[in-house]
Structures are given as structure tokens and as C-alpha cells.
Design a protein around this ligand. Structure first.
Ligand code: NDP
Length: 464
């Protein structure tokens, strides 16, 4: 008789947990998985997928306006928020069903319950009161939006604000919304709400949003937001939020007073380790509550692993999936694999999109590279008849010595689709010559990447 109920018990039914459970089960392991809410996790239920559906919804108005230059007239167009929410909810429920079936098809058992550690091989399922034991345990509990503005900035009335979790279920579209933060979520929702018709202000504490991205992208998106009519308040934070009648009243550190319907906090996310009692299993947490792991996703207890957002490495769905695949190779196939966290493409689904792979110019200089920069800003063909002054930006950062392309950065329509394929080239170590030798596909925006012959400028590391 087996010593444990399961060979592997996975805590969390999101992207990382589901992939690990399926792959381990297909490799012959007896697998159990606990998910306390809905199968699919952040990405499917309250993240990437519903967000992208909202992004699509938010772009129709502009597309319809642009179509006039092409001879179309759709008359009066109206947007209905409850229809969007209902259709989005139906699609998310369908995907949740698929996630459940795909796990169960492999023979893994799903427990719709919250699991917490009792000891290093035992978990308590809180709803049923059952104990389950497993030889190996995977923590894949993800993260959640933070509401803490930091110890020095606990704002009075912060509990009146929503986060992205609630933004997916609002009863009505806010006429006026303030969004705090300057990262992925803040920028994406600022564009979503603006595109759907809300009046939007972004309140960000820094100089330019999207810290860590190439400065050219950060400047381009700021300029684009201004020209679209999204108010961007930089170098300030909320100091007070109050409910006044039907409205919220917000004050910022720069003395601005804004009345609005909703305030959304998009100021980062924190790992879901609260009350998981990992200490009972000898698993250490980091400063932000993240599970500490080694290069193989192993925690401080050698038979307990963690993947995805709960480890606070790179908070992206494909990374959680990649880490889960590497974990199964390591723990169940006797083939230790370190997940690769380099050359990770990523996109911010603003309108138009921001997408990037490899090093920013600033990072390359910091890493000691002398760089050649190729940059092109142009008006995409679509907008010549559409009439709006929309610009696309493309940029290649090239190592001067080896001529390897270190980074590619795009602000423009379909940037994410383009960058996905550029990531293959960068991973293979493509040089500027390889880009130049590639035949252009005409007429596209992406052809610009293989036709930028003239260097815009060069920079030496000490100039950074
Ligand atoms: P980010 O880390 O991207 O951004 C957090 C923002 O909040 C930053 O601008 C940060 O400012 C600001 N901030 C942090 N703390 C405070 C504070 N105390 N007061 C005021 N502002 C503060 O987090 P998000 O929540 O936007 O997204 C979380 C993660 O989810 C991202 O890192 C990303 O990996 C992932 N994600 C990916 C998406 C995609 O792939 N398209 C979409 C959405 C999320 P500062 O820069 O000054 O520190």
C-alpha cells in the first residue's frame, strides 16, 4: 500500500498548478489538486483573458470612427456594459469548464476546497475537514491585487477603492474613474475604460509610467495618452478618499481634488501565502510573502516546490506554465530542468499596444554594452485614410561589438503579435545583419524591423 494518498498534491488551480497536475498525472503520478474558488486562476477568471476581451470591446469605437475615412457610416453606435459583462462571464465559465475537464481527463482528482499545511507531507482541506497526504507538494497559489499603499501611505478611505478583481464585475460603467499606479494593469485599464467611454485619470507616483520598460516606449505611451484625452497625473499619489453622496472625492499629494464614480488601485500584487501555514512544513517566505525557491523551483523543503506568481519571479502566465513543465521534468522524470527567465517577451495591452523582448536601451547600457540604436517612428497606413494622428514606434537595441540584437521594442497596432516572433530570433542570437538579410513583407508595419538601415545613434555605457 502506498505511504501517501498522492504522489503529488498541487495547491492552486491556475495556469501553473493545472499544467503541473496534468503533466505529472500523464507521467503516471497519482495527483490531487485543491482549488478554493474557480478553476483557471487569475489568468482565466480575473486576469489576462477577461482583460483581453475588455480590450477588444474598448477598441470598436475608435475602429468605427476610423472606418468613416474608408466610406463607412454605421449611424449612431451605442455601447451596453451589461451585455459585455454577461457575454464575458459566459465565455469565462466555458473556459473554467475546459480547465476542469482537462485536469480530470488525465486522472487527477480536483478538490474544490482550501488546502493548508499541517506538516511537510500533510494538508488539511478546510471545507471538508479532510486530511490528505502527498509525497511531493506544489504551491501554485498565485497572487492578488495589493491594497496597501505602503506603510507611509496608508490612505484614509482606501477601502472605498476597487482593484482589477472588482473591475470585471462592476454593475455599471463608471462615467469618471481614477486609476492609481503606472504598471501593466493601471495602463491597460486606463485605456479600456477610456475606450468604453469613461473619463479617465491616471495617478502615478513616478516620473513616467512603466518603470523598467525602454524609455522611448514610456515616453510614447505618455504622449499617446495625452493626445487621446486620458489625464496623466505624474509624481503624485492619493492622500485621501471619501464618499460624498453618490460620488467619491479624492485628493492627491499635489493638491488636485477630483470627484469620480470609481477609484481603482493597480499598485502591484502580493503573493497568496497568507494563512497557508507553510511554516509547519519548513518552507520559508521572502520579505513580500513570496515562497523562496531555488533555480529548480524547489522551496527550502526539498520535496515541496512552488511555481508561478506566488514565487514573485516573473509574473506572467507563460512563465508559470514554463516553470510547471520544468518542475514535472525535475520532480517526476528524473531530468532536472531550470526554467528559463531570459528573453521573455511581454506586452502591455494599451491602445495601441506596447510589446517588448530583450533589453531596454537603459538596461543594455547598465549591463556594460556599447549600443547602436535603430529607431523608426511612422504613421501606419491604416491611419492615412482614418485621419487620426497615430504613430507607431519601433526600436532595435544592438550590441556594438557582436552586432547581436539585444532588445526590440514596439509601440503600435499588433505589437504583441509581432514581438512573439521577434522573440524567436532574439533567442537564437540574431544579429542586425540577420534582420537586414531578411526579406521584408510589404505592406506591413513589421517590415520596418528589417528595413531600418540607418543607425539613429550610438551610446557608450558610461553615458547611461
Ligand atoms: P506592476 O508591478 O506592473 O505595477 C505596479 C505599479 O504600482 C507601479 O507603477 C508602481 O510604481 C506602483 N506602486 C507600487 N506600490 C505603490 C504604492 N505603495 N503607492 C503607489 N504606487 C505604487 O503591477 P501590476 O499590478 O500592474 O501588475 C502585476 C503584474 O502582473 C505585472 O508585474 C505583470 O507581470 C503582470 N501582468 C501582466 C500583464 C500582461 O502581460 N499584459 C497584464 C497585467 C498584469 P513604481 O514603478 O514607482 O514602483
Amino acid at each position: 500500500m502506498a505511504q501517501y494518498d498522492y504522489d503529488l498534491f498541487v495547491i492552486g488551480g491556475g495556469s501553473g498548478g493545472v499544467r503541473a497536475a496534468r503533466m505529472a498525472s500523464l507521467a503516471g503520478a497519482r495527483v490531487g489538486l485543491a482549488e478554493e474558488w474557480r478553476m483557471g486562476g487569475t489568468c482565466v477568471i480575473r486576469g489576462c483573458i477577461p482583460k483581453k476581451l475588455f480590450v477588444y470591446a474598448s477598441q470598436f469605437r475608435e475602429n468605427i470612427l476610423d472606418s468613416r475615412g474608408y466610406g463607412w457610416d454605421f449611424g449612431d453606435c451605442k455601447f451596453d456594459w451589461p451585455i459585455l459583462i454577461a457575454n464575458k462571464d459566459r465565455e469565462i465559465a466555458r473556459l473554467e469548464g475546459l480547465y476542469t475537464t482537462n485536469v480530470e481527463k488525465t486522472g487527477a482528482k480536483i478538490h474544490h476546497d482550501r488546502a493548508v499545511f499541517e506538516d511537510e507531507h500533510t494538508l488539511r482541506l478546510l471545507n471538508s475537514g479532510r486530511m490528505v497526504t502527498a509525497e511531493k507538494i506544489l504551491i501554485a497559489t498565485g497572487n492578488r491585487p495589493t491594497r496597501e499603499m505602503g506603510t507611509t501611505h496608508v490612505i484614509p478611505g482606501g477601502d472605498l477603492c476597487i482593484t482589477s478583481d472588482e473591475a470585471f464585475h462592476l454593475q455599471e460603467l463608471p462615467k469618471r474613474i481614477l486609476i492609481a499606479g503606472g504598471g501593466y494593469i493601471a495602463l491597460e485599464f486606463a485605456h479600456i475604460f477610456h475606450g468604453l467611454g469613461s473619463q479617465v485619470s491616471l495617478v502615478y507616483r513616478g516620473e513616467k509610467p512603466l518603470r523598467g520598460f525602454d524609455d522611448c516606449l514610456r515616453e510614447a505611451v505618455c504622449a499617446s495618452m495625452h493626445s487621446r484625452g486620458i489625464e496623466v497625473l505624474l509624481g503624485c499619489e492619493f492622500t485621501r478618499v471619501e464618499k460624498r453622496g453618490d460620488h467619491l472625492h479624492a485628493e492627491t499629494s499635489k493638491g488636485a481634488v477630483i470627484e469620480c464614480d470609481q477609484i481603482m488601485l493597480a499598485i502591484g500584487r502580493q503573493p497568496n501565502t497568507l494563512a497557508l501555514h507553510v511554516e509547519k512544513a519548513g518552507v520559508e517566505l521572502g520579505r513580500r510573502g513570496e515562497v523562496k525557491v531555488d533555480d529548480y523551483s524547489r522551496t527550502t523543503n526539498s520535496h515541496i516546490y512552488a511555481v508561478g506568481d506566488v514565487t514573485d519571479r516573473v509574473q506572467l502566465t507563460p512563465i508559470a506554465i514554463h516553470e510547471a513543465m520544468a518542475f514535472v521534468e525535475t520532480a517526476f522524470k528524473n531530468n532536472p530542468v531550470k526554467p528559463d527567465h531570459i528573453h521573455v517577451p511581454s506586452a502591455v495591452f494599451t491602445t495601441p499596444e506596447i510589446a517588448t523582448v530583450g533589453m531596454s536601451e537603459q538596461k543594455a547600457l547598465l549591463m556594460g554594452h556599447s549600443v547602436d540604436v535603430y529607431k523608426s517612428t511612422f504613421r501606419p497606413l491604416l491611419h492615412t485614410l482614418g485621419g487620426r494622428d497615430v504613430r507607431t514606434l519601433m526600436k532595435l537595441v544592438v550590441d556594438q561589438k557582436s552586432q547581436k540584437v539585444l532588445g526590440c521594442h514596439i509601440f503600435g497596432d499588433h505589437a504583441a503579435e509581432i514581438i512573439q516572433v521577434v522573440a524567436v530570433a532574439l533567442r537564437m542570437g540574431a544579429t542586425k545583419k540577420d534582420f537586414d538579410a531578411t526579406i521584408a513583407l510589404h505592406p506591413t508595419a513589421a517590415e520596418e524591423l528589417v528595413t531600418m538601415r540607418t543607425k539613429s545613434y550610438s551610446r557608450e555605457p558610461e553615458a547611461a
